[in-house]
Design a protein around this ligand. Structure first.
Ligand code: ZN
Length: 193
C-alpha cells in the first residue's frame, strides 16, 4: 500500500484495534472506512480480516463502486454501502460498522433505538432507526431506502441492522468511533433499564 495513505491507514488501524479491544467487534466481521479527502476514493478494511489485524497490508483503497485502486486484497463486502454513503453525503468522512452485542440485541426486537439518556438523545439527534436488510451484508436493493431516510433526517448519524449490527457516520473516524460507542452504550442502558 502506498505511503500516500499513511495518515488514513493509521486512523483506520487505531479505530479497528480499539473496537476489537472493547469487544465491539470480534472475529473477522465488521467494517470501517475513511474517505480520501478531495477524491472519489476511500480506504476500507479488506474482507476476512479481523479488526485487530487492520493495517497497511490488510486495507485497500477503492473507488465508491468498490474497485481497488491500491492494495492487493479484496475489499469488505460492505464497501459498496460505504461508497454509496460517501457519494451521496459529502459531509461523511468516515464510517464505522460493527456487530456490537447490545446494539445488535436491541435491533432484534425494536424498530428504533430508545434514548435512555439525555446525552444520547442530543448527540444522536433523536433518531437511530433499525433497518431489516435480511442479509449478512446490506444488499444493494436496500441502499435507496437507507439513503432516503438519511436525506429526510439531516441529523441522523447512525442506524441499526436487524440480526446484523450497527453503522455510524462521522465527519472523521474519531467522530464515527464516538458515535458507535454511544450507540452501543445507549442500547446497553436501554436494555438494562
Ligand atoms: Zn456486518
Amino acid at each position: 500500500m502506498d505511503f500516500e495513505y499513511e495518515q488514513e491507514i493509521k486512523e483506520l488501524s487505531q479505530a479497528a484495534k480499539r473496537f476489537y479491544r472493547q469487544g465491539y467487534q470480534m472475529s473477522n466481521g465488521g467494517n470501517l472506512s475513511i474517505r480520501i479527502a478531495g477524491r472519489e476514493l476511500m480506504l476500507v478494511k479488506a474482507t476476512d480480516v479481523a479488526f485487530d489485524e487492520v493495517g497497511r497490508e490488510t486495507a485497500v483503497v477503492t473507488d465508491f463502486d468498490g474497485n481497488v485502486v491500491a492494495g492487493d486484497k479484496k475489499p469488505s463486502k460492505e464497501a459498496l454501502l460505504h461508497g454509496a454513503l460517501y457519494r451521496t453525503f459529502p459531509q461523511i468522512g468516515a464510517i464505522m460498522h460493527c456487530h456490537s452485542p447490545y446494539a445488535t440485541a436491541w435491533a432484534a426486537a425494536h424498530d428504533q433505538l430508545d434514548f435512555a439518556t439525555h446525552h444520547s438523545r442530543m448527540k444522536l439527534h433523536g433518531y437511530v432507526p433499525v433497518f431489516d436488510t435480511h442479509s449478512y451484508a446490506v444488499p444493494k436493493e436496500y441502499f435507496p431506502h437507507i439513503l432516503k431516510e438519511l436525506a429526510e433526517h439531516p441529523g441522523m448519524c447512525g442506524f441499526l441492522l436487524r440480526a446484523h449490527g450497527q453503522v455510524t457516520m462521522g465527519r472523521d473516524m474519531r467522530e464515527a468511533v464516538y458515535l458507535a460507542e454511544l450507540v452501543e452504550e445507549t442500547a446497553q442502558i436501554a436494555i438494562l433499564s
